[in-house]
Design a binder for this molecule. Structure first.
Ligand SMILES: [Zn+2]
Length: 176
């Protein structure tokens, strides 16, 4: 079976930056699963996987623009410290990441600077601006279930879950 649209794909991968630092990895014990053709992985990687089969290994080098995008200064902003009321002091540091509700939906923001009355937050993806290398092995390919196709993502571990009406489908992360 080949990787194509509407297939559930299981991968092992090692993600490194251009200096060879490992940024992320998934192995056979804790593989990564996604629904092909739905933007479940970054476009450049999805394209490279198209038509591949089980046991295929590939190395995919992606420029930042094809991966998580170029770094944009426009995505940083100063917000009042009061927005982080309730966050413990030990959790507030440069580099800390928070989920924030934005116009584009739920987003991860990174604390870039802590100022007197404001916090400078950075809405860029943590890997924005980085050229990435993926060493990928295709571990499994199967047909996605109807539920998975309806939800637009994989239900790993066979757990059957229901989404309430208007629920944003567990933030897209119910497979994890
Ligand atoms: Zn779901």
């Amino acid at each position: 079976m080949k990787v194509e649209i509407k297939k559930a794909v299981t991968l092992a991968y090692t993600l490194t930056d251009t200096d060879g630092n490992i940024l992320d990895k998934a192995d056979a014990n804790e593989p990564f699963m996604y629904l092909h053709g739905t933007g479940g992985v970054i476009p450049g990687l999805e394209k490279a996987l198209d038509g591949k089969a089980v046991d295929d290994q590939l190395t995919v080098n992606l420029k930042a623009a094809e991966a998580y995008g170029d770094y944009s200064d426009k995505l940083t902003s100063d917000v009042p410290k009061t927005m982080f009321e309730g966050v413990e002091e030990k959790d507030m540091f440069v580099g800390a990441q928070f989920h924030a509700e934005t116009d584009q939906g739920m987003q991860v923001v990174t604390v870039k600077a802590i100022n007197e009355d404001t916090i400078t937050i950075d809405g860029n993806h943590p890997m924005a601006g980085k050229d990435l290398n993926f060493d990928v092995t295709v571990l499994a390919v199967r047909d996605a279930t109807e539920d998975e196709l309806a939800h637009g993502h994989i239900h790993a571990g066979g757990h059957d879950h229901k989404h309430d009406e208007g629920d944003s489908c567990c933030g897209g992360g119910c497979g994890g």
